[in-house]
Design a binder for this molecule. Structure first.
Ligand code: ADP
Length: 324
């Protein structure tokens, strides 16, 4: 392996820049020519491929977003798009690719490596923490800290006015951010994609809180909750229970931004370093992740076949017990 390219794809996540830095510098340290692909798979197709040196990743370890940009690229899902992408890589003599992204990105990477002679390693980058084979994905820890800071502020105003807030958080079809932020913020209840919610039980619980003189209540709603988002749930609850003034906050994209936490910077550095070392050893179609504080390799097949987040029922039970 002489020439390696790196790209970020799909949803952006804090820590991607720290990871690009680690990939580029580990490659250069080992005498590899490094390239960056702009705008994910789109840049492979449009030949937006630039050489990178150690200085091109200076002073980015602390930055959110991704200096390589990211994009969703439909053309890469076609055989013609993949063939074009491969021709552009060959024109630069690039023989290996590091992709940082989520399950869509890995699906594309696997198909590409099966169709063409190119080694690929995936690095899990998504705030949703939903990839099998890694206890944590890049950006999850930072997003959690952002969510917690925001909900703490909502708690202040909720408490001042005796209000009930429904706060919607990200996570797609994974309730990881919702459940763990519920514990971290002392939320009264949490609604998850993995579990059906009885609105009657929720109303009963909120009513019990009112009787024991709770001055505010916060219900966290995961964006993937199957019975509706925060506005829908607030409406259903309000129809049956109007003890509190009810408000809704959708945290939205602010959860994707910001300077990565120390945890995400270290994770990004470890995974980027490991990805290049694995390519140099000849690995391909693998994801590098972290399991029990050790770097762990999982085949892309396996990473894509299972859903990482298994509902932590003990935490769910705790949200009830600890918020009485
Ligand atoms: P994420 O990686 O965050 O899950 P997406 O699902 O948008 O984000 O996937 C990122 C990109 O990966 C897509 O825009 C597309 O270019 C590529 N991709 C996704 N699925 C496939 C597929 N089945 N075949 C080829 N490329 C794919």
């Amino acid at each position: 392996i002489k020439n390696i390219a790196v790209l970020t794809s799909g949803g952006d996540a804090p820590g991607m820049n720290a990871c690009i830095r680690a990939v580029v510098r580990t490659g250069i340290y080992n005498g590899i020519n490094m390239f960056g692909v702009l705008q994910g798979y789109q840049g492979l197709i449009t030949n937006n491929i630039i050489p990178m040196d150690a200085r091109s990743v200076s002073n980015i370890i602390h930055m959110g977003g991704t200096i390589l940009k990211t994009a969703r690229c439909l053309e890469f899902k076609t055989d013609e798009g993949m063939d074009l992408a491969f021709e552009n890589l060959k024109a630069h003599d690039i023989d290996a690719l590091v992709v940082i992204g989520g399950d869509g990105t890995f699906t594309g990477a696997r198909r590409f490596a099966q169709r063409h002679q190119i080694n690929v390693i995936g690095i899990p980058g998504t705030i949703d923490n939903d990839l099998y084979g890694s206890d944590f994905t890049l950006g999850y820890d930072t997003a959690m800290n952002t969510v917690i800071e925001a909900i703490d502020k909502i708690r202040d105003t909720a408490d001042a006015h005796d209000r009930l807030f429904f706060v919607e958080v990200m996570g797609r079809d994974s309730g990881c951010i919702a459940l763990r932020s519920a514990i971290a913020c002392g939320a009264e209840a949490v609604l998850l994609p993995e579990k059906e919610t009885s609105i009657d039980d929720l109303v009963k619980q909120l009513g019990a809180g009112a009787i024991t003189k709770k001055t505010s209540s916060i219900v966290i709603v995961s964006e993937g909750h199957k019975q509706g988002g925060a506005y829908d749930i607030a409406k259903h609850v309000k129809e049956r229970f109007d003890h509190y003034d009810t408000k809704v906050t959708i945290l939205g994209h602010l959860q994707r931004g910001g300077s990565p936490s120390s945890f995400d910077r270290i994770l990004a550095s470890r995974l980027g370093y490991a990805a290049v070392n694995e390519l140099l050893k000849g690995s391909t179609q693998m994801m590098v992740g972290l399991r029990g504080n050790e770097i762990a390799l999982t085949s892309l097949d396996e990473a894509l076949s299972e859903h990482n987040f298994k509902l932590e029922s003990d935490l769910l039970e705790m949200t009830h017990v600890l918020s009485i």
